[in-house]
Write a protein that binds this ligand. Structure first.
Ligand SMILES: Nc1ncnc2c1ncn2[C@@H]1O[C@H](COP(=O)(O)OP(=O)(O)OP(=O)(O)O)[C@@H](O)[C@H]1O
Ligand SMILES: [Mg+2]
Length: 452
């Protein structure tokens, strides 16, 4: 029963309506036909026996009238005519001298199948009557009545009823299919539209149509999709703006670090150098001066490192590709993971998206260092159909199994990579198999001249 319920639940609505209505109609049809055939059979059965009796009577009267005058030729002729005109198969008359005069007809062929004959249940009838006029016997008359004709007629009616019911059911099924598929069409387009929204295409809208209720549902769906679309556009805009503000801040902090801190430290270093020269090689202050010199040098290096981490200055001067090549070398040096960057010929980068692209690669490499346990990572940048395609592939452990390629994550790195990609009207795909490393593919549109 449970299985049936599950199967029933999986069937389409039009099919369920068809099965439901079809079963009711078939039941009604069967009941109607049975009822009609049953009452027909009853009537025919009664009439068959009654008609046979009537025929026998009328033949007996005719024979007695003619036998009185001894007109046997006319009797024979009459028997022949009667057997042809009636439903009788055979009429026999035994005259007073014992002579048998009979007329037979090749009965009609039975068309109805055996089960129908049994259902109808009308058997052949043989009736006899003695002929007597004024106390004188003129023999006896026997008639054989065959129900074949009656059964065939009933069977014809039954077949006609069946064909009519089947035709009516077929027409009704066709109408149900057409009505339900018309009514469900908007629902199907809503499902298709919802699937497109699921894949990130929020521009999808459904053509209004169908009944009032369906039109209302479509209009609500369309306005919901429009709202989600505009909210996402706003979110992207905000994310972009935040990115710009963050980069501006990074830039100004890096500038301050470089100009003020770096400048002051350089001055201190020069001052200490002069002091060391003036104090002379063997002066007792010399060790202190030298340690201060070493301290200022290491602080200067630290400030440079911080400046570069906040925003590599070469990003503005040389562009993203040379910066990435430099960063790949730095990454190798710092982590010991071999990092190679390959640039396809003629590849250029959208100018206004350079920072975002750099940050995406930076986060991808940070993740390789933190999570991948890889020995090698390769970066490849190529131009494909007006799109910059950047691929970062490592040979590490791959993403944890519960984390799907494009699935949700609570950490921010992947989320911000995706946001940056979306802000550039591009997309970010992550593919990974446990034990086979991770590949991150960034696709960003560029115009004909290679800029955004
Ligand atoms: N190259 C990689 N190899 C293996 N696992 C990775 C790789 N990159 C990301 N992951 C997995 O994906 C998760 C999400 O990465 P994501 O950068 O979003 O977060 P995180 O690095 O853990 O934290 P943060 O928000 O500081 O970046 C990681 O925790 C890690 O499990
Ligand atoms: Mg991360």
């Amino acid at each position: 029963m449970k299985h049936l319920q599950v199967i029933w639940g999986k069937l389409s609505l039009s099919f369920r309506v068809m099965v439901g209505v079809g079963l009711v109609m078939a039941l009604v049809g069967v009941l109607l036909i049975t009822n009609i055939v049953r009452s027909d059979i009853k009537m025919e059965r009664e009439q068959f026996s009654q008609r046979t009796g009537e025929l026998l009577d009328s033949i007996r009267i005719s024979i007695s009238e003619m036998a009185v005058v001894g007109d046997y030729t006319t009797i024979r002729q009459m028997l022949r005519t009667r057997v042809t005109d009636s439903m009788l198969d055979k009429i026999s008359w035994v005259d007073p001298s014992g002579n048998v005069i009979s007329e037979e007809l090749q009965g009609e062929l039975l068309v109805a199948p055996k089960w129908f004959q049994e259902l109808v249940g009308i058997s052949p009838i043989m009736k006899s009557e003695a002929i007597e006029v004024g106390g004188t016997s003129y023999g006896a008359i026997t008639v054989n009545a065959n129900p074949t004709y009656v059964i065939n007629r009933l069977y014809d009616r039954f077949i006609f009823g069946l064909v009519t019911t089947v035709a009516a059911l077929s027409i009704m099924f066709a109408m149900i299919v057409s009505i339900t598929s018309n009514a469900l069409r908007p629902l199907k387009s809503m499902v298709a539209a919802a699937r497109r929204i699921e894949t990130g295409d929020y521009s999808v809208r459904i053509e209004p149509g169908g009944s009032r209720e369906v039109r209302e549902a479509i209009s609500s769906f369309n306005s919901m999709a429009a709202k989600v679309n505009s909210l996402l556009a706003l979110q992207r805009k905000l994310a972009g703006r935040m990115e710009e503000v963050r980069e501006e801040q990074n830039k100004s902090i890096a500038r301050e670090l470089h100009d003020s801190l770096g400048g002051n430290l350089t001055m201190i270093k020069h001052g200490l150098d002069t002091l060391a020269t003036e104090a002379g090689r063997d002066h007792e202050c010399q060790p202190k001066i030298q340690s201060l010199l070493a301290l200022s040098e290491s602080t200067l290096q630290l400030a440079r490192g911080l400046t570069s981490a906040l925003r590599p200055s070469m990003l503005d001067s040389l562009g993203v590709m040379p910066t990435l090549q430099w960063y790949a070398k730095e990454f190798s040096r710092m982590t010991g993971i071999s990092c190679h960057m390959e640039l396809c010929q003629g590849v250029t980068c959208p100018k206004n998206n350079e920072t975002a692209i750099f940050r995406i690669v930076q986060e991808a490499l940070t993740n390789v260092a933190r999570h991948a346990n890889a020995s090698r990572v390769s970066i490849q940048a190529c131009l494909e159909d007006d799109h910059l395609v950047l691929e970062i592939a490592d040979n590490g452990v791959g993403l944890p199994s519960q984390q799907t390629a494009n699935g949700e994550t609570r950490s921010l790195g992947v989320i911000s990579m995706r946001e940056r990609a979306q802000y550039m009207q591009g997309k970010l795909d992550i593919s990974s198999a446990p034990g086979y490393g991770t590949t991150i593919t960034l696709t960003v549109p560029v115009n004909q001249r290679g800029t955004a």
